[in-house]
Design a protein around this ligand. Structure first.
Ligand SMILES: Nc1ncnc2c1ncn2[C@@H]1O[C@H](COP(=O)(O)OP(=O)(O)OP(=O)(O)O)[C@@H](O)[C@H]1O
Length: 247
């Protein structure tokens, strides 16, 4: 079964000064027990998909179509308030936005643990590779890699059924990034639906960490398939995501 689904989702952004259709009739499923990797050129709408799936679209966005969580269409802000940070978790592209600025990260992780009583702080930090020696620092005092891992720990604490991670290893050294992916793999294997946005196609081929791949272009989904099918496609746009530097 699909834990999360976008059905014909179109998102139009209107800032008053300019407007743009950023997602166009997107159909996408995120099945439970699997990692779905979302690839696509910069600006094609991947983060908008992440936001749509987690009820986090910006105020300037207007959407038509449906977002379904656990089979049910989510239609209003109150429904999203109940799902977000409970059933549905997002690790945003910029981890610092996951935290309030005026409290230490450690205090905020402790608070999440008390509220949800799901993962322990120790286990969430270990899975996220978050170094607890920076626990007492404020969010802005973290490096981008540290705060990204803290945001993953925060997202894991409520044990969401759907976890959306916008570039899990972008700011990390290769070994730490690999360990983060291993944790995401374990989390999916334990039953969660996981969607990860990534630019690292060769990593996906080498590690076989993802089950499914979805490729986007210009606000649309252009390819969906298994993690073995998609890299084998001859389409030059798709191939571009799996080419190694220098090839
Ligand atoms: N808060 C916002 N307000 C208005 N437009 C936005 C906002 N966030 C993103 N956009 C626009 O939506 C489009 C899709 O952006 P999005 O961040 O989803 O791309 P992306 O595929 O995640 O790119 P990248 O790989 O560079 O992170 C872009 O044209 C962007 O300018």
């Amino acid at each position: 079964m699909s834990m999360a689904e976008l059905v014909g989702l179109t998102v139009h952004v209107d800032t008053g000064r300019w407007s743009e259709t950023v997602l166009e009739a997107v159909d996408l499923v995120v099945p439970e027990g699997q990692i779905t990797a979302l690839l696509g050129e910069s600006g094609c709408g991947k983060s908008m998909v992440a936001a749509a799936l987690t009820g986090s679209l910006p105020a300037v966005a207007h959407s038509t179509g449906e977002v379904r969580i656990d089979g049910a269409a989510v239609r209003d802000r109150r429904a999203w308030q109940q799902l977000r940070g409970n059933t549905v978790g997002l690790v945003p592209q910029s981890g610092v936005t996951a935290f309030a600025a005026d409290k230490t990260v450690g205090a905020q992780l402790d608070e999440l643990h008390r509220r949800h009583q799901a993962w322990s702080v120790e286990d969430a930090c270990a899975a996220a590779q978050y170094p607890t020696d920076v626990f007492d620092l404020y969010p802005h005092q973290h490096s981008s890699g540290q705060i990204q891992r803290a945001a993953l720990a925060a997202a894991l604490l409520p044990a969401p059924d759907l976890l959306v991670v916008d570039e899990p290893s972008a700011s990390l050294d290769p070994d730490t990034g690999y360990e983060v992916w291993v944790s995401l793999r374990k989390y999916a294997t334990a039953g969660a639906a996981v969607l990860t946005i990534t630019h690292d196609g060769p990593f996906l081929i080498d590690t076989r960490v993802a089950d499914r791949m979805v490729v986007m272009r210009d606000g649309r989904v252009v390819v969906t398939g298994s993690a073995t099918e998609v890299p084998a496609l001859a389409d030059p746009y798709v191939q571009g995501f799996f080419r190694r530097v220098g090839e």
